[in-house]
Ligand binder design. Structure first.
Ligand code: SAH
Length: 251
């Protein structure tokens, strides 16, 4: 039983929808999507997943594209509060995991300020989903002992990132929202000592029937990024070389 169905207090379920394939929803996400009165969702939530929402539920699209803000974040926060205060069961559905580059924390802070209770349902984040479906293990005893998730939404040409700590061998880097910043990523990693020949991949629309995996080396990162469309994930590191042997997903 979810908390929401046992209480009449204002309540929001913040739910991760995973990277696209509806079969990657958690059982809990699936159940909540089907019982919601209102679903507030993003651009990254796939059509197949929205098709699971009951026909009489209210659907509110608050999707955002870089430079084309549909609904500003503070307005999204307010929608969640207002709908919850109408005593509707609100499901806030986000692509991937709500706590990984999802601004889920900010939305919850507004709920707390307004006395609205909530639960958080984790989802499969793009790094897990895309790497699994691309046959690129993020760690591997012979290749990488650690992995790092980094946002490509960089300020001031990436000066806010500690590039020296990223540019390590035996380490996998996963950049979210990195397509536009591919030249900055390549330049800074090379300047900090990563080899030009470091394998890298771009996984476009991962886990969906339209998935594409582009592979090359760090020196080619910019041209790979120019061939890809959003949403795409950039993976840098020796583990990418395993893709040729381990790819399995037929899109
Ligand atoms: N909360 C989400 C991430 C939101 S940021 C999560 O946990 O996955 C949005 C970025 O996620 C996109 O720009 C892209 O880099 C990545 N992403 C999300 N879904 C993706 C998919 N199906 N394929 C490739 N990248 C994806």
């Amino acid at each position: 039983m979810s908390l929401s169905s046992t209480t009449s207090k204002p309540f929001v379920s913040l739910v991760g929808a995973g990277p696209g394939d509806p079969d990657l929803l958690t059982m809990k996400a699936y159940r909540l999507i089907q019982s919601a009165d209102v679903v507030v969702y993003d651009r990254l939530v796939s059509e197949e997943i929205m098709a699971l929402v009951t026909p009489d539920a209210e659907r509110l699209f608050v999707g955002k594209k870089l430079n084309h803000h549909c609904v500003p974040q503070d307005q999204i926060n307010q929608i969640l509060v207002d709908k919850a205060l109408e005593n509707k069961h609100v499901v806030r559905l986000k692509g991937g995991d709500p706590f990984i580059f999802g601004r889920g924390g900010e939305e919850l802070e507004t709920l707390v300020e307004n006395g609205v209770e909530f639960e958080v349902v984790p989802g499969i984040t793009a790094a897990s989903g895309c790497s699994a479906y691309a046959g690129i293990p993020l760690t591997h005893r012979n290749h990488a002992q650690s992995v790092q998730f980094i946002t490509g939404h960089l300020k001031k040409e990436g000066q806010d990132i500690q590039w020296a700590s990223l540019a390590q061998n035996n380490h996998t880097l996963v950049f979210y929202m990195g397509l536009k910043q591919a030249p900055v990523i390549r330049q800074n990693l090379i300047a900090n000592g990563l080899s030009l020949e470091t394998p890298c991949a771009i996984v476009e629309r991962g886990t969906t029937p339209k998935q594409r995996v582009l592979t090359g080396t760090l020196k080619e990162l910019e041209s790979l990024a120019n061939q890809a469309i959003s949403p795409s994930l950039i993976i840098v590191g020796s583990v990418v070389s395993l893709h040729h042997q381990l790819h399995w997903f037929k899109s």
